[in-house]
Design a protein around this ligand. Sequence first.
Ligand code: ZN
Length: 356
Amino acid sequence: MIYGGSTVCADGCLFRRPCDIIKFVFKHPYRELFIWETMQKTGLVYHPIYLEHQTGSWHPERPERLTAILQAVEAAGLKNTLVQLTPKACPLEYIKAIHSDRLINSIKRLSSSASPQHIDADTAVSGKSFEAALHAAGAGIAAADAIFEGTIDNAFCAVRPPGHHAETDRAMGFCLFNNVAILARYLQREKGLERVVIVDWDVHHGNGTQEIFYDDPTVLYFSSHQYPHYPGTGSMNEGGSGKGETFTVNAPLRAGCGDAEYQQVYTKMLPPIADVFKPDFVLVSAGFDAHRDDPLASMGLTDEGYAWLTKLVVDIAQKHCNGRLVSMLEGGYDLRALGASVTAHLEVLSGKRQSG
Ligand SMILES: [Zn+2]
């Protein structure tokens, strides 16, 4: 209420000048009631060529995944709060920093056919797959550039094909080029960063990312995944080699783990690891196939569980690297669960939602 030119709160505090109000808010015992986090500018990186990567009519990694994400984001009223970014094709020099010429050339050659050609039982390419894969890798670069230009604070890249199973010399598990690995090297080479952490919560182990950085102490790879499960790697004993020893951290989880178990594991492991490693940038291999409705695995995460995980990595990025974070889509094959989980992920990234 207004009291003789001053404002008085219920406890009788007097405000005579605007700065008194600021002091009140910081000192008042009710400060915990206020929401302190500011809204973040979050990028949504997408290119329509991702829909032209055709894998065959039976395939779970299908264009409708991205359509479902875009529809869910729009239905949640999020679209206008996000900064929409359209990436370019990733220059080959950045792909070659991670992958062999043999792999790059074989994907390019197989992509010359209009009908899907199989690299292995799970992984197919068709006419536009090479271009789509170049633009998927380019999404991370567009997001990182926008963060360093100050256009956005963090970003989610709605890409396909996914990347975390792709090894230096092998495409597999729906993945052609390792998008998140290409981005990690780009950040080091072009932005001068020393240490990058990759958090991979896809339900499958990211064997490709692990292989690429296994002896590298500058890129810390942390993965939680159902175990044993495809692709068979990711035991606790796999912890890096040579100079990279201890810089690969695997959290193999039994089937059936849900929000409570994930929160326990992540709370105990990830913040202490980040406190020691002190990352200059946080990358997320954001797979949403640990969702309880996903048909390709047997975990029990909910949309809220994914929101909680997102808050944890956002907090780590804010503590260590000014909030710099890019997440890239990996798996997630139930269309409803994928749309809802990505929406929750984006709400937390943008500060619209506090946690799960
Ligand atoms: Zn997966």
